[in-house]
Design a protein around this ligand. Structure first.
Ligand SMILES: NC(=O)c1ccc[n+]([C@@H]2O[C@H](COP(=O)([O-])OP(=O)(O)OC[C@H]3O[C@@H](n4cnc5c(N)ncnc54)[C@H](OP(=O)(O)O)[C@@H]3O)[C@@H](O)[C@H]2O)c1
Length: 340
């Protein structure tokens, strides 16, 4: 079989502050060949996620940084083109972690075969994948919402936040989103079914949140940090829970970030708990069963922001870190296989 050249995007240098286009480099090389026990995969979709900013820098984190010259990491949906592995055959569509490139070989470790008749395959990178599991575990296991409580989530139109608010509604809670534009807020209320959504760029965030949360805040699912967290803390109820999922407003920071006023945490006996989704794979089976049903029944809706072409990935990641995406960002690297 002849395969075209492998296009890869590698880390060219470590960014200072917001990443720039020339922190990345597109290179081409002959495609890899699978050895015994390996598969050759053609990338169809690449997931872009905020954690990738962390991988571009060195420093203490829960995962190792990408080396200079190394292919950027990332979740992928791919077609198996050649297999020398007993569990995979050509034509299989698989969820893997091949990174920012058109072709990759893998040993099959951590690779899962998808059933394209069950759900659109790109969903395995979003609502039925890592961001969906993050919302499920963070809200249900850490936030522990009870019916009638008020759940607030930031980055509410995004991959994680959109699912958090919809699960909160399914559990009988009042769901209030925080998002970065009027258009995003309308989508969160009109399409996703949240009870209210507040634009964090529109001035008096505390006042707007107070109106949207007349009974205070019982669970705050934290995705952004900074000024938004500061505002939410002024409205927390006694015994509130804060699953600390992400702090995207700080990922490009070059100076130490000023922390929020923590007095309301003390006074109200608030629990703040950070979590990393990869520690919760024991919840994967429950998550997939429930979320697949909710999506199929139309009880969880989902928006993708599809970017065309691997070469657009740097621009799209830069935009994601600045709120320019609208929904789960995936890059279409190659065509979906024709259905047989
Ligand atoms: N703990 C874990 O294991 C885990 C796993 C997955 C994701 N996460 C975290 O979950 C969060 C959401 O991830 P996602 O994949 O769902 O991304 P996303 O919400 O689809 O996209 C990121 C969003 O963050 C918001 N944002 C960006 N810069 C901001 C700023 N300076 N201030 C306020 N908001 C800003 C923007 O939304 P607005 O325009 O609405 O502000 C942007 O659309 C991130 O913090 C991510 O790191 C954590």
């Amino acid at each position: 079989m002849t395969t075209p050249l492998n296009r890869q995007i590698v880390l060219a240098r470590r960014p200072t502050g917001a990443p720039r286009q020339d922190d990345f480099m597109l290179i081409e090389s002959p495609p890899p060949r699978p050895g015994d026990g390996q598969i050759l995969c053609r990338t169809i979709y690449l997931s872009l996620d905020p954690y990738m900013r962390g991988r571009m820098s060195e420093g203490r984190s829960y995962a190792k940084a990408v080396d200079i010259g190394q292919v950027m990491v990332g979740g992928t949906v791919s077609e198996v083109m050649e297999s020398r592995h007993p569990s995979f055959k050509p034509g299989d569509v698989v969820l893997g972690y091949d990174g920012w490139q058109g072709w990759a070989v893998s040993t099959g470790a951590g690779v899962r075969t998808l059933d394209p008749t069950q759900a659109p395959i790109g969903m395995a990178l979003g609502v039925l994948g890592m961001p969906g599991l993050t919302a499920y575990v963070g809200l249900l296991d850490i936030g522990r919402p009870r019916a009638g409580e008020t759940v607030v989530v930031s980055a509410a139109s995004g991959a994680v936040g959109s699912v958090v608010g919809q699960i909160a509604k399914l559990k009988g809670c009042r769901a209030v989103g925080i998002a970065g534009s009027e258009e995003k807020c309308r989508f969160v209320v009109d399409t996703l079914g949240f009870d209210a959504c507040v634009n964090h760029r529109s001035g008096d965030l505390v006042g707007a949140l107070r109106l949207a949360c007349p009974s205070g805040i019982d669970v705050y699912f934290e995705n952004v940090g900074g000024a938004v967290l500061d505002a939410v803390l002024r409205l927390v109820n006694p015994g509130a829970r804060i699953p600390l999922c992400g702090l995207v407003s700080q990922y490009n920071a070059t100076e130490p970030v000023r922390g929020p006023d923590l007095r309301p945490v003390l006074v109200n006996r608030v629990t703040i708990r950070g979590f990393i989704v990869s520690d919760h794979s024991d919840r994967q089976a429950d998550f997939l069963t429930e979320m697949t049903r909710w999506v199929r029944e139309g009880r969880v809706r989902y928006r993708e922001d599809v970017v065309e072409g691997l070469e657009q990935a740097p621009r799209a990641l830069i935009g994601l870190l600045d709120g320019r995406n609208f929904g789960k960002v995936i890059v279409r690297v190659g065509p979906e296989p024709a259905r047989r």
